[in-house]
Design a protein around this ligand. Sequence first.
Ligand code: G4P
Length: 523
Amino acid sequence: MTEEILKRRTFAIVSHPDAGKTTITEKFLWYGKVIREAGHVRAKSNKKFTTSDWMKIEQQRGISVSSSVLSFPYQGCQINLVDTPGHQDFSEDTYRALTAVDSALILIDAAKGVEPQTIKLMAVCALRKTPVTVFMNKLDRDALDPVALMDEVERILGLKCSPMTLPIGSGKMFQGVYSFIDDSVHFFNPEADETEIRKVDGIDDPRMDEWFDAKYLKEFRDQAELVRGAMEPFDHAKYLKGDLSPVYFGSAINNFGVSQLLDSFVAIAPSPMPREAEQRRVEATEPSFTGFVFKIQANTDPKHRDRIAFVRVCSGKFVRGAKVIHCRTGRQVRLAAPSTFMAQDKTVIDEAYAGDIIGIHDPGLYNISDTLSESENLKFVGIPDFAPEHFSRVYLEDPLRSKQLSQGLKQLSEEGATQLFAPINSPIPVLGVVGVLQFDVIKFRLEEEYNARCRLESAPVHTARWLQGDTLAVAEFKTQNSHDMATDKGGNLVYLCPNEYRMGLMEKNFPKITFAKFHTESP
Ligand code: G4P
């Protein structure tokens, strides 16, 4: 069993839309021999839909709303790639997916540098000290200076960079990369099927003067000198602690630098890491099965309102049909038909190991963050709720359907499709989301699945903050701001702040209160 666990590599790709995540995922799947052609499987309005785009709303909009998991063997390892929605409005799903992985790959468009979406998502990785690998993509286009790019990653994302490769030229003059891993040069030739690789004697090897354009070679050598002086060489222990990130350069669409990335990723990425539970730290290689729910996906069949709960296996081995404890309720549940996902195929599996992600049928029992355990009552430290950025009040159009609306809102919030706030002074619920498109999904689903026609109206809320700290100060704050106070699904007190100015003022006036931007259900 230990051998099975140690060969798992569970990771997610994080990027700003359009940086090339879909393209590189396809190449990975191609290397994993999962798809025969590294062509386009992606959704485009009038092309074939991506395998994971099964929700009606996704099809209407031609975007991918839900995360799915892609598993494939590669070089003796079992890769579990937790896919994340491409559209930034569904980044809340990505936040949660990042809590289920052991490492992350950040993709950056080398012509654009670090973009806003990546900054947000990186904050989640930083929170958990997730080891991060960086791939600078699209070198076949005119790119920013590689040292400036890494400098941006260090400054803006707070990741210390260790270049594993460095490009020679970019755009029309992209000639290849130099690999510091084994002192070799990889020639960029978009026409060739395979990348030509030649070993060299360091960056000053005179043969390189014959192979490369003098101007770009000089630039490369200067940059190589610079990074050698200013940046740390790769250190595996530091990487595993999230303190140092290896950086690669390439072009996903040309399949250049991708196999190199995948090979070294498999070599350095962590096998399933231990997880903190309230009671104790749980090691992946412990024999007893444990796991937690990080995502709930509804509506695979709208007629049955069934849901799939995605479980990250944290330790041991899971066997089909086994009885486990649902720790929040103390109930014994039988996991009858767990499935794994390979592109469009959902396969029922007989066993799964720590690091794997399984989908289990959810009769409405599971909440995000729930712990499952074979033998012991455990509670894994929860998945944080992140402060939403858009807020709406929900008005029911047909007063006779109020029960359905409450039930729908409750279930959609349990599933993580929205955050639900109950204002303490008003019966009208407030929904909070990270991306506005989530509102469309919620309205659509309330109507389709719960038959509760409703109207969403933008609420005058700038941000939501969870209040922590001195009890008396919190009580005073609550009295003074009762019209802006609400409780979340767990009954925690939340300040729905109307504007930025007021936020600053409150932080100044109530120094004993922490206005938290994310909230983890206390274990
Ligand atoms: P995403 O999932 O991160 O949103 O990015 P995606 O892979 O869809 O890539 C976004 C666009 O960037 C696509 O072009 C894709 O072909 C292109 N791209 C990806 N990698 C590279 C690369 O290494 N070099 C260059 N030059 N382009 C790259 P598109 O025009 O939006 O789509 P399509 O018409 O190619 O399908």
